[in-house]
Design a protein around this ligand. Structure first.
Ligand code: FAD
Ligand code: MLT
Ligand code: ZN
Length: 480
């Protein structure tokens, strides 16, 4: 019912035996070789409780050298592994499919350096995003990415999924913000690409292979990332629009009129709002008692408090007069701003509380985006609740289908329709979450056979035994 595609364990992989355990204890020390059932259950289960593996072993390295020794050993024994960060991934990439050894990066969580002139932060892959945010805040910097999972996800997981999130519209992709990284290959070789330079055109830029490769090419152990300066004035508006076309026109206007201070443009539909109000405690609609079909959050970040606010207020007034906005409120303080963000960031959590969810993370032309949500509603009828929200400013729709429990008949109505629709409109079937296990077999909807072939050759070159995160990212028939 949950729609996982792989049913057969690849017999080329060995199963762990007593000698392996002894060897891992030798490398890591007893304490970091975990066989405790409760901890294994948590590490085998993904955030959505949709994907579940049956690994018997969790390893917790504390240094690059330890990662290198573990991988070298696993490669020689043909033991499959799953790199795991905060386990907040949404495509089944972070948990084993069968009995793969879980390599959890949480103990590699040192902040190595911050260059206060350039803003370059160097840290280990297991640092939790929110901890980096707090550290930088004290030093007058911010992270160029922010997402709802910040309290648990790790920077190594963010880099490995090329996470997008709420600030993408302003600061862009991690392909631009990550200046360097260190990764360990399947055979244990450490690739030092931990540069801190903004410009460096010396040959192929190998670090980009590891950004967004979801643990299939190597384990990321260290990262250097460009942190923008923290600016003094941040404003957040919570707005209502009468229809989707107004949201779209509001985005165009915001890009033109707010220009360089625009730092987030997010949307959720009325059905998403209802879900949040019904399932999350202490959340209220700031525009109640009225209800609306669409809500938009617009954040500005700039350096001049009075002129930034003036600019935003003038923009809101004009948009209200022009009918693009039907209602709205500007956060008066930090707590109110957090309560607005809680609504948008709370949608995935509310979906989890509502039951089972089929999640689609699509890049689509903005003008076509909501047509898919409406088409899906008509297709499924009352069998399921169809909601749309996401990063409108980046053309990224989160289409989610919520129902009491997973149901193969409903799934057959959704797929392949959703992928075909996306492909027909030249969209992407993975805007920011990655392919993981969920979409390994769907890659051809967004990539040409020739591109997939080159990807499979790169995989073969870097991981000839296919031990790194098997069954994920590429169709298993090509990757092993
Ligand atoms: P995990 O889930 O542990 O792993 C994700 C993938 O990366 C797996 O394939 C894993 O094998 C691999 N991996 C992890 N660490 C390493 C490493 N050190 N080296 C090599 N491979 C590694 N995603 C977005 O893009 N934008 C959002 O706005 C967003 N919001 C979210 C909100 C919520 C509430 C939740 C639950 C998830 C959200 N996500 C979002 C998805 C997810 O949080 C991100 O993909 C995040 O970057 C995953 O980080 P993680 O540390 O939890 O990685
Ligand atoms: C979000 O933007 O809220 C995240 O990507 C999580 C999700 O898609 O549910
Ligand atoms: Zn998202």
């Amino acid at each position: 019912g949950s729609g996982s595609t792989v049913t057969k364990r690849n017999p080329v992989f060995s199963t762990i035996n007593a000698d392996d355990i002894a060897q891992f204890k030798e490398i890591l020390g007893e304490k970091y070789v975990i066989q405790d059932e409760e901890r294994l259950l948590a590490a085998n289960t993904d955030w959505m409780r949709k994907y579940k593996g049956s690994s018997k072993l969790l390893l917790q390295p504390r240094s690059t050298e330890e990662v290198s020794q573990i991988l070298k050993y696993c490669n020689s024994r043909c033991l499959a592994v799953v790199p795991q960060g905060g386990n907040t991934g949404l495509v089944g990439g972070s948990v084993p499919v069968f009995d793969e050894v879980i390599i959890n990066m949480g103990s590699m969580n040192d902040i190595i350096s911050l260059d206060k002139v350039s803003g370059v932060l160097v840290c280990e892959a297991g640092c939790i995003l929110e901890n980096l945010v707090s550290f930088l805040d004290n030093q007058g910097f911010i992270m160029p990415l922010d997402l709802g999972a910040k309290g648990s996800c790790q920077i190594g997981g963010n880099v490995s999924t090329n996470a997008g999130g709420l600030r993408f519209v302003r600061y862009g992709s991690l392909h631009g913000n990550v200046l360097g990284l260190e990764a360990v290959l399947a055979n244990g070789i450490v690739l030092d690409m931990l540069g801190t330079l903004r410009k460096d055109n010396t040959g192929y830029d190998l670090k980009h292979l590891f950004i967004g490769s979801e643990g299939s090419l190597g384990i990321v152990t260290k990262i250097s990332i460009l942190a923008p300066p923290k600016l003094s004035s941040v404003n957040l508006a919570f707005l209502a629009c009468k229809d989707y076309v107004s949201c779209q026109n509001l985005l165009l206007e915001a890009k033109r009129k707010l220009g360089e201070i625009l730092s987030a443009f997010e949307f959720l539909d009325g059905n998403s709002m209802d879900l949040v109000l019904n399932h999350l405690e202490g959340v209220r609609n700031p525009l109640s008692p009225s209800t609306h079909d669409f809500y938009v959050l617009i954040e500005t970040t700039g350096s001049d408090e009075s002129s930034d606010k003036e600019k935003l207020e003038a923009f809101l007034l004009r948009s209200m007069e022009g009918g693009l906005i039907s209602d709205g409120v500007l956060a008066q303080d930090m707590n109110q701003a957090l309560s607005f963000w809680r609504i948008r960031e709370g949608v995935p959590e509310a979906l989890m509380k509502a039951g089972a969810v089929y999640k689609y993370d699509l890049s689509l032309p903005v003008e076509k985006m909501y047509d898919l949500v409406e088409a899906m509603r008509i297709r499924l009828g009352p069998a399921a609740e169809v909601i749309g929200y996401g990063h409108l400013g980046d053309g990224n729709l989160h289409l989610n289908i919520s129902l009491p429990e997973y149901n193969d008949n409903v799934l057959a109505q959704i797929e392949p329709f959703v992928y075909e629709w996306t492909s027909k409109h030249r969209g992407s079937i993975s805007a920011e979450h990655g392919l993981g296990l969920m979409k390994a077999n769907k890659i051809h909807y967004s990539r040409s056979p020739e591109s997939v072939h080159v990807m499979a050759s790169i995989k073969k070159l870097l991981d000839p035994n296919g031990i790194l995160n098997p069954y994920k990212v590429l169709p298993p028939s090509l990757a092993s």
